[in-house]
Design a binder for this molecule. Sequence first.
Ligand code: MG
Length: 304
Amino acid sequence: MQPETKFESYDPRFDALLRPDSTLLWHCAGSAWAEGPVYFAEGDYLLWSDTNNDIMWRWSDAEGQSVFRQPSHHSNGNTRDREGRLVTCEHGRRRVSRTEPDGEVITLVDRYRGKPLNSPNDVVVKSDGTVWFTDPPYGILSDREGHKADQEQLGCYVFRFDPRSDELTVVADDRDKPNGLAFSPDESILYVGDTGRSHDPGGWHHIFAYDVIGGERLANRRVFAEVEPGNPDGFRLDRHGNLFTSSGDSVQVYSPAGELLGKIMVPEASANCTFGGPGRDRLFITATTSLYSIVLNTRGVQSP
Ligand code: MG
């Protein structure tokens, strides 16, 4: 049975993002914690991670749901690089991997200063090909979504990795549990979610904004949004710079100034979302057990 489509609108700018046929569709269940959706225009299909079940799923309108990769090494966030290759955070191997055109999965990066990463969580690729990712410890805190292990990094960093030089740089060391991340449409701002509240009732559940300096450094940190209820586990932006984030009750939509414009209510706690569909106007939502989508009157910025 399809869920009821419900919105909470706090601003006319939210209503303008909806179409008369904007209906929340449920597509399939079976995940324990659905995360990391990534869309492939060629083939019109979506992949996502079922982190705890150690599976990556594939779904399309035409073919429904099937297993894409098992084991997935407890994959989490996914994206595509500028050549369209799948880039994946893997808790199990504590690495960021890339899937080559022949299907081989190679390690992009798995160590910093000679020691294993914590458990890369979410990843984006900038237009210059550099790979930016977060490294909280969720995959090593227990065997539930990875393999329990000691943390060897001194902190939970946001990294920038340059595949051309293999250079790995810490761009932010001021976060507790950095999680989702995304660039503004012109890549002048990097948004980073901090989900410290997951293990500390008084912890962060906020999205921070940083200015991107010279395309490779961050400065001028400020709170962009306080997400309530739940956590900003993952988010994406549309072409106007509006930010669509997961939360405990909905996909919440924030203006470029950080104003909460409205909510697309989702029956389950959402973990992440991504724009897809041939027109880039269909928001796919991974929410606990299930995959949902809704067509909107806007388009995503992430590419390809
Ligand atoms: Mg995440």
